[in-house]
Design a binder for this molecule. Structure first.
Ligand SMILES: Cc1cc2nc3c(=O)[nH]c(=O)nc-3n(C[C@H](O)[C@H](O)[C@H](O)COP(=O)(O)O)c2cc1C
Length: 388
């Protein structure tokens, strides 16, 4: 079983992530993880922070001479502007002047619920951890999971499908091709015509002190049949992928395949008919199910889409209440992105990579890559030869 846990505040010293359960013998290097960290920092509409931070990971345990050794992998990403924040964010006891207190909670953020729940006098105690800076740690963990999946020829792709109501027209191409087009786009979309309108919409939002959300799709290609299980609710892989994606900051909805589109279709036009050929085995002509039936992967690509709400920190802040005076106030204005949907898509890749990698380690087990690969091959032969 794979597990990961992150620690770290946005303006703290560093982000830390521990990934446990990766088999021994997986080749991994810091530059491979850094490549994904850099992808998370891209996208038109990002804030100043992206210019300060050029995220770099340090592998501090679990990897020796370029290979995992079966022990927990610990990764560290230093926050480069820590020296400007040490006084405000340090662990040592210090008396801070009241002028540093954040007292006006931002609608759409963890601020108000957080101070009430944790009984804090400063909203900073909440916002430092609830902020999406933490997603850099998730992306680092996801990069290790992608590397593991690559050994089984499973690949994770993403692209943006809409921003601020501007819809991309997604051509009927394999996910790999769509993602290759997206990789060259400032907004991670394969539709360069829509990209222009999206940029315009972001510019307008920026001018108005406003923010935008949107949608993106993540695909896992090459996933074998039978990851997850129909047999128990907490083993259903669509449920675990959805939970992982829903835990990403600002993600408000997840759908597999046709998703909400199923609502208006008759069954005959909804479900993916089954075919067989001796060359290719079982196949489908459509993938409305998004590669999952009954909580198990069905051998088709796993296709999952997410909606991201507009960024809740506004340059023209919304109405709020001062938690000390209880008088009306406008919310704190915090340095922020105008739109972060392309970045969220990269975090989405990490989320899907983690869950698919976890399902693989559960299904194929093994303390070493060698053992896991042997189990994977034996299972592949069993599926190919299956005939009751
Ligand atoms: C990649 C990414 C970047 C984000 N950047 C910002 C930001 O700059 N400012 C902001 O207020 N929220 C940003 N968010 C969203 C907030 O972190 C999120 O809305 C907030 O923590 C509340 O959580 P919830 O929306 O899941 O309820 C970002 C989210 C993601 C995934």
């Amino acid at each position: 079983m794979l597990r990961f846990m992150t620690a770290g505040e946005t303006h703290g010293k560093q982000l830390t992530v521990i990934v446990d359960g990766v088999p021994a013998g997986l080749k991994i290097s810091a530059p491979e993880i850094n490549a994904d960290l850099a992808r998370r920092q891209q996208g038109y509409g990002r804030g100043e922070r992206m210019k300060i931070e050029k995220d770099r990971v340090e592998i501090v345990s679990g990897v020796r001479l370029g290979e995992t050794i079966g022990s927990p992998i610990a990764l560290v990403i230093k926050n480069l502007d820590w020296e400007n924040w040490g006084t405000l964010m340090g662990a040592d006891h210090a008396k801070l002047s009241d002028k540093y207190l954040q007292l006006r909670p931002r609608p759409g953020h963890a601020d108000l619920a957080g101070v009430l729940k944790y009984n804090r006098k400063d909203i900073r105690d909440i916002l430092e951890r609830s902020s999406a800076r933490e997603t850099a740690a998730r992306v680092a963990a996801g990069a290790i999971c992608k590397k593991l999946l690559g050994e089984f020829d499973i690949h994770i792709y993403s692209y943006v499908t809409s921003i601020g109501g501007v819809m991309a027209d997604i051509p009927a191409l394999p996910a790999q091709k769509l993602a290759a087009l997206a990789e060259k786009s400032a907004l991670r979309t394969p539709d360069y015509h829509a990209e222009k309108k999206m940029i315009e919409t972001i510019n307008n939002a920026q001018r108005d002190g406003d923010t935008l959300g949107g949608t993106f799709t993540v695909t896992a290609d090459g996933v074998p049949v039978g990851l997850g299980s129909h047999a128990q609710w907490d083993r259903k892989i669509d449920a675990s992928i959805a939970r992982q994606l829903m835990s990403i900051q600002a993600i408000k909805g997840v759908e597999f395949g046709l998703g909400f589109g199923f609502a208006s279709r008759a069954g005959s036009a909804a479900h993916d008919e089954i075919f067989y050929s001796s060359k290719d085995g079982y196949s489908r002509a459509t993938n409305n199910a998004g590669g999952i039936e009954g909580g198990m992967t069905n051998g088709q690509p796993v296709v999952v889409s997410c909606v991201m709400k507009p960024i809740p920190s506004l340059r023209r802040p919304l109405r709020s209440v001062n938690i000390r005076t209880r008088k009306p106030a406008i919310a704190e204005a915090v340095r922020s992105d105008v739109c972060a949907v392309p970045a969220a898509a990269i975090v989405g890749e990490a989320a899907v990579a983690f869950e698919v990698a976890d399902a693989c380690t559960q299904k194929f087990g093994g303390d070493s890559m060698h053992e896991m690969m042997n189990n994977f091959k034996a299972y592949g032969a069993q599926v190919r030869n299956y005939r009751p």
